[in-house]
Design a protein around this ligand. Structure first.
Ligand code: FUC
Length: 767
């Protein structure tokens, strides 16, 4: 299968340019002629700096707010909390671009044979065309091992490469030449304001083969060369370092030749990318450029290869925006060209940041998950201060958004008084453990985060008038309900999602304490709270899972958040077989949301797709993925949030949903092809990861499971394999020898004892 996303023309706007990055540096390559534009990012370029945003007034208002909410006086509670419980200030700082690299070529003849492509299998963008009988090429990649953006320019006739190179930024910076072959762009975010942000520098060094390079003021000119290579380094003072020294060192220590750079990049990049392959079947659309393929899908065409490409693109974006040692992927990964981007291009923790990482483990990019945990660690100190000052509670809290400065207080409006950010993020820590079985990680890094987030919740849970333990105050993220008197409110107590997240975190803490053999007392407290937690409720009127503790009416029934279905995905407290009544109630909630226009943001559509995968509805998985591509995807495959704003969450969520349709896992049970759409009739996936520490490959033909290869990366274990009911397990082989397997009381489930580090080949026939 081809991993190329290609076009017959240059990008005419940012959402057509192609992204590239190494976790820290990001670039959007337009591929334009005669003048190339490469928009640049460095992940630590943010406004402002650390600030204590806690509000000591909050704690005094808390008991009264709680009383008002319990008494159904939501309007008064909202008014009081808005006035007294918000952070100060109640907004986060913004992520900003680094600048632009412009390369103006001196072509006088018309351009023909133009092609622009992003090759996912190499992490390289290529542009090629002819002008005046000469072939020109550009090759761009961002190297993680060498921390440089590298651009190679060539022409087919010796001495005919002429270009002017400039570095620019629309504000807060200036650029000048240094020596005859280097440009330096220096600046500071908001330098003329009262609260300036980070200082930054970008340094570009150009080498030419044949020909020469000249520097004038802020421009380098490549004259009569045959090939030229541009190396761009960037650094900031975000971690107390000197940006100039960082750039100088990076350039000084780089390998000498372009070839060596490319080799090192490919080795490192492909080491991650090639772990998973996916083939969902071919169609004639595969030969088309991406804009035409997308258009055809909008017109109703089936293009299975496009879904496989979208899946790999989701992995590519995470790899390019989140690598060990970097910040996690923000709302736009690392790619942002605006000085005041939508939602500050920040970290939203009430769905978006989490969704960026839903595919990290399942699609075999576990290392790319680590920046999230490092980021969580960086929020603990400030989160503990907020917990204490705002709520008089122990542990740590994060509300619904944050930045790189440790922002943890309530922001924006009253919907910002949402207590569950840290608790939700902690599910990622536990998942990382389940997939990797890394007990050292759990003991030293994961469990302390989980325990502290649980401690906060234990302190915050209070008894409601009916004697159930609930959160108060509470929200079902960003959604509203109608009270019996006809007024509307967002503010409440014991919203369903809070109860699900709380119950999950307390349960995970109990399990974690057992796995690491410590902290029995704390587990006992968690257990005691769990027993009193308000239960999930199915509406007697509608049969839907209640989103709030009362069966309120919803003024916006197609709301984009579907928070109360958390327990179906990403949680697993609700499932088809363990809790069929609740699964049915989820289904009804979902149908109701969709019937009223739900799924209108990319991330919302991606979430919905996961619910269908968990409900094992392959056709609905497909229908929703198609909606994602047709309605919420730009020509460069970036996910869109209305009105046409890039958000990376839908890309990552889309990739995760495809993985979820092919393989699901709950520690010892691996479900093969739980929600395979008919259109993906024949295909194969290799390298997906499963909870419990397994790697699995699956093959199917004409809709029937034919083979699975399961690698057990950890201890000897009994594995339960659930298969579609059209399939029957015929043999299990290990190194060419038959292995015994067992039937179970469930006809679709088989039991196999697997030892460590061996690949078991399971062959299936028709039932
Ligand atoms: C949440 C969502 C919005 C948007 C924003 C960044 O608040 O409700 O739709 O995605 O995050």
């Amino acid at each position: 299968m081809s991993h190329k996303i290609w076009y017959r023309q240059a990008a005419s706007e940012w959402l057509e340019a192609l992204p590239i990055g190494n976790g820290r540096l990001g670039a959007m390559v337009f591929g334009s002629v005669p003048s190339e534009r490469i928009q640049l990012n460095e992940e630590t370029i943010w406004g402002g700096g650390y600030q204590d945003t806690t509000n000591p007034d909050a704690l005094e208002a808390l008991p009264e707010v709680r009383r008002l909410l319990f008494e159904g006086k939501n309007r008064e509670a909202t008014e009081l909390a808005s006035r007294r419980m918000m952070g100060n200030p109640s907004s986060v700082q913004s992520y900003q671009p680094l600048g632009n690299l412009d390369i103006a070529f001196s072509h006088s003849a018309p351009v023909t044979n133009y092609r622009r492509e992003l090759d996912l299998s190499a992490g390289v963008i290529r542009v090629s065309y002819r002008s005046g009988g000469i072939g020109f090429t550009r090759e761009v990649f961002v190297s993680a091992p060498d921390q440089l953006l590298v651009i190679r320019l060539t022409c087919s006739r010796p001495g005919h490469l002429n270009a002017q190179v400039r570095l620019t930024r629309e504000q807060d910076a200036e650029c000048g030449a240094f020596g005859h072959d280097t440009l330096i762009l220096k600046g500071q975010v908001g330098r003329d304001t009262d609260s300036p942000g980070v200082k930054f520098e970008a340094r570009l060094n150009v080498e030419a083969e044949e020909g020469w390079i000249r520097a004038d003021n802020d421009t380098l000119t490549v004259v009569c060369a045959t090939e030229a290579t541009l190396f761009l380094a960037a650094g900031t003072d975000c971690y107390g370092e000197n940006p100039s020294q960082l750039c100088e060192k990076t350039l000084r220590e780089r390998p000498h030749t372009y070839k060596a750079h490319l080799r090192r990049h490919l080795k490192e990049y492909q080491g991650l990318f090639e772990r998973v392959s996916l083939d969902l079947g071919a169609s004639e659309n595969e030969a088309l450029p991406m804009d035409e393929r997308l258009e055809n899908v909008k017109q109703g065409a089936d293009d299975p290869g496009l879904f496989a490409l979208y899946f790999q693109y989701g992995r590519y974006l995470l790899m390019s925006a989140s690598r060990p040692g970097t910040l996690p992927a923000n709302l736009q990964g690392v790619w942002n060209h605006l000085y005041s981007p939508p939602w500050n291009s920040d970290y939203h923790t009430n769905i978006n940041l989490q969704m960026n990482y839903w595919h990290a483990e399942s699609t075999n990019l576990s290392e790319c998950h680590l920046p999230l945990f490092a980021y969580m660690n960086s929020l603990v100190e400030s989160g503990a201060r907020t917990a204490e000052v705002h709520y008089g509670a122990q542990g740590w809290v994060v509300h619904h958004l944050s930045d790189i400065w440790g922002f943890t207080t309530p922001a924006d409006g009253v919907w910002g008084i949402w207590l569950m950010g840290a608790a939700w993020l902690c599910s990622h820590v536990w998942e990382h453990y389940l997939f990797t079985q890394d007990r050292t990680f759990l003991r030293e890094w994961g469990y302390p985060l989980m325990r502290s987030a649980a401690l906060f919740l234990l302190d915050m849970l209070v008894y409601d008038p009916k004697g159930r333990l609930v959160t108060n105050p509470s929200h079902s993220p960003e959604n509203r309900f109608r009270l019996p008197d006809g007024t509307e409110s967002m503010f409440t107590y014991g919203a369903t999602m809070d109860l699900q997240i709380a119950s999950e975190l307390l349960t995970n803490c109990i399990n974690a304490s057992q796995r690491i053999g410590a902290d029995e007392n704390f587990a006992f407290h968690c257990q005691a709270a769990l027993q009193k937690l308000a239960p999930l409720q199915v509406s007697p009127k509608t049969g839907r899972l209640q989103e709030w503790i009362e069966d309120y009416e919803e003024p916006e029934p197609g709301h984009r958040h579907i928070s109360h279905l958390y327990a179906l995905y990403p949680g697993n407290q609700i499932s088809l077989r363990a809790t069929p009544e609740l699964a049915l109630a989820c289904r009804k909630s979902l149908e109701h949301r969709l019937a009223h226009g739900g799924g209108h943001t990319g991330w919302s559509r991606a979430w919905i797709t996961h619910f269908w995968a968990r409900l094992e509805e392959g056709e609905l998985v497909y229908e929703n993925l198609k909606e994602l591509l047709a309605n919420s995807t730009a020509n460069n495959l970036f996910d869109l949030h209305p009105p046409g704003v890039f958000q990376i969450d839908g890309n990552c969520g889309g990739a995760s949903a495809i993985a979820e349709a092919l393989l699901q896992s709950h520690e010892q049970t691996l479900t093969l092809l739980p929600a395979l759409p008919r259109v993906w009739a024949t295909g194969e996936v290799k390298g997906l990861r499963a909870r419990g520490g397994y790697t699995a490959g699956i093959k199917w033909r004409e809709g029937r499971l034919t083979e699975a290869r399961i690698h057990n990366d950890f201890r000897k274990a009994t594995v339960f394999v659930r298969v579609p009911n059209s399939a029957k397990l015929e043999s299990v082989r290990l190194a060419g020898r038959d292995v015994v397997f067992y039937a179970t009381p469930e006809p679709d489930v088989y039991q196999v004892l697997m030892s460590r580090s061996n690949e078991y080949v399971l062959r299936f026939g028709a039932r």
